[in-house]
Design a protein around this ligand. Structure first.
Ligand code: SF4
Length: 436
C-alpha cells in the first residue's frame, strides 16, 4: 500500500449496510485513534429517486459492480419520501445529495440516510444550515451522520449579489482564472467549515471539483495541506466515459499517487456502473485497494500477430470476470517474440503464433493448443490454478514467468512466415524461412 496523508475519519453506514470508513490516521471526532481506511469508491444514481423500483435496481447494479457508497439526488419532497423504502430494499450506505432546500436534508435524515452532501452556499439562511447540522449530529441513534461539503467550479461564483457576481466573474475570466478560482474555493471552504465548527460538528468530508484536471490537482493539493478532513476526489462534468476516463485518471491518479484522497467518484455522462468499474481499476492499478478477480495483461498486437487476439482478449476478459475471484495475473500475448518478457510476473500466460498458443502456469509449460482451443484451455488452467491457490498449494506471484521462448520460426511459426507470404502475394522477393 502506498503512503497516504492522514485525515480525521468519518463513518458512513450502519450495522445493516456495513460501515465504510473514509479517511483515517488521525483521531476521529470523538478522539478515537484510527488507521487509514482503503480508498472507497462512490457513484451516483442517474435516474429519479422517487421512482423507487428503478432507483433500487440501479443501486443493486452499482453495488454488484463494487460501489462502496451510493449517492442519490433528492431535489423534491417526493424524492425524500421514497428514501425510507429505498433504504429498506438496499444494503449499501446511501448519501442524500441536497442542493437548495434545507428541508430535503432534514427529511433525508429523518428517513435514515447515512450521509448528507450539502453546499452551504446554496442555502442562504444560516439558521437553516444550522438546523441540518443539528439534525445530522443527533441522527443514527445519537451517533450522528457525516456531511460532505462540496464546492464546485461551476457553482462557486456568486449568483444572487449582481455586483459581487460581476466582480468575481471579471476576476475568474481575467488573466488569473486558475489562481483566483483556487482562492475562492479555499475561502468558501473556510467560511463553510466555520459554520460547522461553531456547532462543534466535525464529521465532515470535503470536495472541491472542477472540470479542469490541473485545477482539481492544485485545489486538492492545497486543501490537503490546509485541512485534515477526509477528501472526496472527483472531476466534475468530465464528459462521456471515453474522454472522461482520461481526464479523471489524469487528475485523480496524480492526487492518489501523492497520498491525497480518501474516497473517489469518477463521473461520466454514461452508465454509472462504468464509474464504479473504472474507479476500482484505478485504485487497483495504484495498489491502493486489494484487487478482486483476475488482472488481465494483454499485448496491443502488432505486425507479428498470427491469431485473432482482440477477440480472444475480450472472451478471456469476460470469462475471467465470471469465473475467477482470486487476484491472479493472466497474460495473453500475441507472439513469442516479445510476449515472454512482457508477461513477466503473470501467473498464467499464453503466447500465440501461427494459429496456436503455448500456455504456461508460473513458468511451467502446460499446453500447446490450436487457436480454437486457446480460450477453453487457458480458462481451465486459470480455474485449476485458482483451486491450488485457495487450497494453499501455491501462492500468487510466487514464480515469475521465466520462459525460454520457442524458436520464433519453430513450432509456433512467426512473423517470418507471415511476412514471407505477404511478400509472395505482393510480388516482392520472398524471405528465406529458416528451418527450426
Ligand atoms: S507480444 Fe508480439 S504480437 Fe504482441 S505486441 Fe508484442 S511483439 Fe507484437
Amino acid at each position: 500500500m502506498q503512503h497516504r496523508l492522514s485525515t480525521r475519519p468519518i463513518f458512513v453506514g450502519n450495522d445493516r449496510t456495513g460501515v465504510v470508513q473514509i479517511g483515517g490516521g488521525k483521531p476521529d471526532s470523538r478522539g478515537n485513534a484510527s488507521t487509514p481506511a482503503p480508498v472507497s469508491v462512490q457513484t451516483m444514481t442517474a435516474g429519479y429517486t422517487h421512482d423507487i423500483d428503478r432507483c433500487v435496481a440501479e443501486i443493486h447494479r452499482m453495488q454488484a459492480a463494487g460501489a462502496d457508497i451510493v449517492r442519490v439526488a433528492v431535489p423534491e419532497r417526493k424524492d425524500t419520501e421514497a428514501l425510507a423504502e429505498i433504504l429498506n430494499q438496499t444494503s449499501v450506505p446511501i448519501v442524500a445529495d441536497v442542493h437548495f432546500h434545507f428541508k430535503r436534508a432534514l427529511e433525508a435524515v429523518e428517513a435514515g440516510v447515512h450521509k448528507i452532501r450539502l453546499n452551504p452556499g446554496n442555502i442562504s439562511d444560516r439558521d437553516h444550515v444550522n438546523a441540518v447540522i443539528d439534525a445530522c449530529k443527533g441522527a443514527n441513534g445519537g451517533k450522528g451522520i457525516p456531511i460532505r461539503i462540496g464546492v464546485n467550479e461551476g457553482s462557486i461564483i456568486e449568483r444572487k449579489d449582481k455586483q459581487k457576481r460581476a466582480k468575481e466573474l471579471g476576476a475568474v475570466f481575467g488573466d488569473h482564472k486558475h489562481g483566483y478560482l483556487l482562492a475562492i474555493m479555499i475561502a468558501k471552504l473556510e467560511e463553510y467549515l466555520d459554520i460547522f465548527y461553531e456547532r462543534e460538528f466535525f464529521d465532515v468530508a470535503i470536495s472541491a471539483k472542477s472540470m479542469s484536471a490541473p485545477i482539481v490537482i492544485d485545489a486538492y493539493t492545497e486543501i490537503a495541506a490546509r485541512f485534515d478532513h477526509p477528501l472526496h476526489l472527483g472531476v466534475t462534468h468530465a464528459g462521456p466515459k471515453e474522454t472522461g476516463c482520461i481526464r479523471s485518471v489524469a487528475a485523480l491518479g496524480t492526487l492518489l499517487s501523492n497520498g491525497i484522497g480518501d474516497t473517489i467518484r469518477i463521473s461520466y455522462a454514461s452508465d454509472p456502473v462504468h464509474e464504479v468499474e473504472d474507479g476500482l481499476e484505478l485504485l487497483w492499478s495504484l495498489d491502493l485497494r486489494e484487487r478482486k478477480g483476475a488482472e488481465l495483461i494483454a499485448c496491443p498486437t502488432c505486425g507479428r500477430i498470427q491469431v485473432d487476439l482482440f477477440t480472444l482478449i475480450q472472451e478471456v476478459r469476460d470469462k475471467l470476470a465470471d469465473e475467477i475471484i482470486v487476484p491472479m495475473k493472466v497474460a495473453v500475448m500475441g507472439c513469442v517474440v516479445n510476449g515472454p518478457g512482457e508477461a513477466e510476473g503473470a501467473d498464467v500466460a499464453v503466447f500465440a503464433g501461427n494459429r496456436r498458443g503455448i500456455i504456461y502456469v508460473q513458468g511451467e509449460r502446460v499446453a500447446n493448443v490450436p487457436e480454437g482451443e486457446i480460450l477453453d484451455r487457458l480458462l481451465d488452467e486459470c480455474k485449476a490454478f485458482q483451486s491450488r491457490v485457495e487450497s494453499g498449494e501455491v501462492k500468487l506471484g510466487e514464480k515469475r514467468v521465466e520462459i525460454v521462448p520457442p524458436d520464433p520460426v519453430g513450432e509456433l511459426g512467426s512473423g517470418w512466415e507471415k511476412m514471407a507470404a505477404e511478400r509472395m502475394r505482393s510480388g516482392v522477393t520472398p524471405l528465406t524461412i529458416r528451418e527450426s
